[in-house]
Design a protein around this ligand. Sequence first.
Ligand code: ZN
Length: 133
Amino acid sequence: MHKINHIGIAVPSIDATLPFYRDQLGMACLGIEEVAEQKVKVAMLSIGESKIELLEPTAEDSPVARFLEKSGQGIHHIAYEVTDIEVAIASLLADGARMIDEKPRQGAHGTRIAFLHPKSSHGVLTELCQSGH
Ligand code: ZN
């Protein structure tokens, strides 16, 4: 684990939120894509060596829709970059951590990701992220 890859922010609408990050804060938008498996639309913005990930639910039963309902818009998770996600997961499991994803799944922009269980990360939803390149 060597840096923060991105911070995920749940929003009801990327169209309504993007101008703030792109135009007012001046971040470059790296692209918008839909991750069907997680029922979200994702916009990635570049800030130095890290990114901001805006997450908009595409279905009412999307986990992000449930988050917005419960907590409103705001920080949803922090993603740490790992060089080998299988090794990182195995090491956490060996340490007794609980994972939502014991196997990596496909994230946005060619990444492979896995979430820790919030009970094992002291209330902060934590994502491991291995870059696709
Ligand atoms: Zn993320």
